[in-house]
Every structure is written in structure tokens, then in C-alpha cells.
Design a protein around this ligand. Structure first.
Ligand SMILES: [Zn+2]
Length: 290
């Protein structure tokens, strides 16, 4: 499946590539796992501030370059997933997902149709009303059955990722059905887990039938570009030829700053060895492991 020309956010068949979807250019960056020098848990030897979240979870390193290469429709970018959860943003369009009235809509894969329960955990960010019809129609994971719920609020529960053996530091075997096991913040395995998703717990859950769902979302036009896309659309880096060696690193740096705040780009550029991008950023050195 190839993206179509300049409209890199749609597939050839017209389906939109969701905001959280991973692109083939967004490679997982090499990152050697070592034992933390001062406390239990794993670390990177060249760790920088953006390698951890506010809960001190160590995150997988993955390049940022939305629109680069081909969309990997089965893949989710860890940082955009985390951003959507933190910002209450729609996983399809990236806009705020809150409904006119209070709360959010969550869609969950469920071939058996078991309704969403109070406190249920998920790694799938909410979907805004305008994107619900499209998500229900086009989202491959929902094709074999889904359930929906109106959710008053949600809270961060933990992370999903790769759990490492405290003795050997090797990744522990996992259930094939759960490639990214979920680990609560207070779980002793938390500090040995390389995070790839935020896990949230749903509150004030009201299950929705398909009819209720579509009624709730009626007359809500789908949004197009995400706020980040809109902010960056006019930038030269995004209009440069794709073979321009500056375009990718510049786009990555700008996107990182737009999502995570000024200054993020310089650490990502330095970490990934992208010297051309670093030319456009002030020098940065890895911080001490916190
Ligand atoms: Zn949306």
C-alpha cells in the first residue's frame, strides 16, 4: 500500500492513514540496554531526557518521520500513541477527542462482543466523533468485531512493552497473543520494561450499541489534517523533494518540537546521529541518567 503523492496521509484506495499509524521510514533506533548504574532497572548508556516519561519509564527509541515511506497500517508509533493519550487526542486525526458533552468515545476490538467494563484497560487512544464512522468502516483491527463505550475519563495505569530479565537483561519470553505485556506503574517489573505504549484505565464507562454510537457521532464532519500537520504543512521541509537529504531530518526535528516542545529535536537529532539535522539545532550532549 503506497501513500498517494503529496497527500501522504491517504492510501491509494482513499482510506486515511490514522495519526498514530507508523510509517516505514520511522525505524526503531538502536539502543543498547544496560543495567541502571544507581537503581534497579534498565537504562541506555547514552540516555537523554526524552528517553523517559514523567513516570521514569524507559521508552523504545523510534525515529519520527510521519509520511515517510509507506504506512505500516498494523503498526502504532509509540510517541504518537503516548501523545494522543496525554493530550486526549483522537488516534485517527490527532485533534481533541472530547465530545461536545463530557467524555470520550473508545472503540475496542472484540470478536466476542463482550461490552467494555468499568476500569477496563486499553492502549488504543480515543476517537473523536467525526472520525468514528471512518474508524468503524476502515480500521482493520475492528473488522472482526468491536465494542464501543462512552468514557467519562481515563487515567494512566501503566505501560506496555518488552520486559527484561533483571539478571541477564535479555527480553523475557511473552505470550504470542500479547507481544507487548502490560505492566502497572507499581509492578516490580516496571523498571525492567522498555515501554512502547501507555496503558490507560477507563472510568465512568457506558457501553454503546452501534446505533447509540452512530447517533452520538451524527452530524460531526471528519477532520482532516492534525493540528501538528496543519502547523507544519507550509514549512519548506515538507515541500522539498523526497530525495532531499535535508527534508527528512528537518521534518523529523520540526515534528518532534511540535509534539514535545522546543528542544526535543536537538536531542533526537544528536541521538540518531543525524548530523544534517543537528546542523539546524544547537549542540546537545546526553544528560546524566536520571
Ligand atoms: Zn478524529
Amino acid at each position: 500500500m503506497k501513500a498517494t503523492g503529496k497527500d501522504v496521509y491517504r492510501l491509494a484506495d482513499g482510506r486515511r492513514v490514522p495519526y498514530v499509524t507508523c510509517w516505514s521510514a520511522e525505524k526503531v533506533l538502536p539502543g543498547r540496554i544496560v543495567r541502571h548504574p544507581r537503581r534497579a532497572g534498565i537504562a541506555y548508556p547514552d540516555e537523554v531526557r526524552t528517553d523517559r516519561d514523567i513516570e521514569r519509564a524507559l521508552w523504545v527509541r523510534q525515529g519520527l518521520g510521519r509520511g515517510g515511506g509507506e504506512p505500516v497500517m498494523a503498526g502504532v508509533h509509540p510517541l504518537r500513541q503516548r501523545q494522543c493519550m496525554a493530550d486526549n487526542a483522537c488516534q485517527v486525526c490527532g485533534h481533541p477527542a472530547v465530545l461536545d458533552q463530557r467524555g470520550y468515545v473508545f472503540l475496542m476490538r472484540s470478536p466476542s462482543g463482550v461490552p467494555v467494563r468499568e476500569g477496563e484497560r486499553t492502549v488504543a487512544p480515543p476517537v473523536c466523533a467525526g472520525c468514528v464512522p471512518e474508524a468503524v468502516r476502515d480500521c482493520p483491527p475492528l473488522a472482526r468485531g468491536f465494542v464501543a463505550a462512552h468514557v467519562g475519563s481515563y487515567e494512566f495505569w501503566g505501560i506496555a512493552g518488552i520486559i527484561h530479565d533483571p539478571h541477564t537483561l535479555s527480553p523475557l519470553p511473552h505470550d504470542v497473543a500479547e507481544p507487548l505485556p502490560q505492566v502497572a506503574f507499581e509492578d516490580p517489573r516496571f523498571c525492567w520494561t522498555l515501554a512502547a505504549r501507555v496503558v490507560v484505565s477507563l472510568r465512568d464507562v457506558t457501553p454503546l450499541s452501534v446505533e447509540d454510537l452512530l447517533s452520538l457521532c451524527a452530524d460531526q464532519p471528519p477532520r482532516t489534517a492534525s493540528p501538528v500537520d496543519e502547523a507544519l504543512a507550509a514549512h519548506p521541509a515538507f515541500n522539498a523533494p523526497l530525495d532531499d537529504p535535508l527534508a527528512g531530518p528537518q521534518a523529523e526535528a520540526l515534528l518532534a518540537d511540535a509534539i514535545f516542545g522546543p528542544g526535543t529535536a536537538q536531542v533526537i537529532a544528536t541521538r540518531s546521529g543525524s548530523s544534517r539535522a543537528a546542523d539546524h539545532c544547537s549542540a546537545s550532549t546526553p544528560e546524566d541518567i536520571a
